[in-house]
Design a binder for this molecule. Structure first.
Ligand code: UGY
Ligand code: MN
Length: 263
């Protein structure tokens, strides 16, 4: 059964999937194989846990379908754990430290590690879908404290990425050393690609928002599509070519930043 595509029972054809998991290295998770996980504190929500420490990540990513009056009123994160919520579609009301934020599609909120996030669906009885993240904050001396950040990607300027006009990047959090990570959206016009195959210590959890690409993960080229999730572990080789006819291949992803490696 794929709960996201409402497919139940036997299939017409053979069991097959594009999903692949190389623990500690990389993974592609397609929507078809995701299962619904019950997580305390989340009511009337279908949740799939995506990247997690069980896979080798130092963070946890979730795909959340919030139904009716569903949400989390108990509190998510805090006590040293920072959180981030991005609205894939729908509308939610997020509350942090007594302040509420109405988040529509493309809206997001970053919650620093000393505060908790609560939210409720606010989409006239329709579902909302969220990409949710948590990671223990890595303290560092003399770097200041991260603050609540909220916005909508439709209001953020797209910049040419590393000298390529057909690859556009948006930075969702401030370039401030107080933050030990950032969220970005990369958008590749059809035919565009990275300029080189990256090899870096930082991990990524990426959710594909639109289009299609051929993605190189540790020198395995594989097709990825809207709705797929990609985990790239430390030093995983990584690069993509966007394919398709007119739609940009774009994904939102986290990247750890601004910290030395602990030993
Ligand atoms: O920021 C990054 O490291 C990004 N270019 N990586 C990626 O798209 N796989
Ligand atoms: Mn990268």
């Amino acid at each position: 059964m794929g709960y996201l595509n409402h497919q139940q029972g036997y299939r017409e054809g053979l069991l097959e999937t594009r999903s692949i998991v190389k623990n500690g290295a990389f993974a592609v998770l397609t929507p078809d194989g995701l299962v619904n996980n019950v997580v305390p504190g989340f009511d009337d929500c279908d949740m799939s846990i995506l990247g997690s420490p069980r896979m080798g990540a130092r963070f946890v990513d979730y795909l959340v379908t919030v139904k009716n009056q569903g949400g989390n009123t108990q509190g998510f994160g805090g006590n040293g754990v920072q959180t981030f919520m991005y609205v894939v579609y729908g509308n939610v009301t997020a509350t942090v430290d007594g302040q509420s934020y109405e988040l529509a599609e493309g809206g997001y909120v970053y919650v620093p590690p000393h505060l908790e996030l609560t939210f409720v669906n606010n989409n006239n009885g329709e579902d909302s879908r969220l990409f949710l993240y948590k990671k223990r904050y890595q303290e560092a001396e003399g770097v200041g404290k991260p603050e609540i950040v909220t916005g909508n990607v439709n209001d953020i300027q797209q910049k040419a990425y590393e000298g390529m006009d057909e690859v556009l990047v948006q930075d969702l959090l401030p370039a401030d050393i107080a933050y030990d990570m950032n969220f970005h959206i990369l958008s590749f016009k059809p035919g565009a690609s990275h300029g080189y195959i990256e090899t870096h210590v930082q991990e990524h959890g990426a959710y594909v928002l639109s289009g299609r690409g051929m993605y190189n993960l540790d020198n395995n080229w594989m097709p990825v599509d809207k709705g797929d999730y990609i985990f790239m572990g430390a030093y995983a080789l990584q690069a993509t070519y966007a394919v398709g006819l007119d739609e940009s291949f774009s994904y939102i992803y986290s990247k750890d930043a601004n910290r030395d490696i602990e030993i």
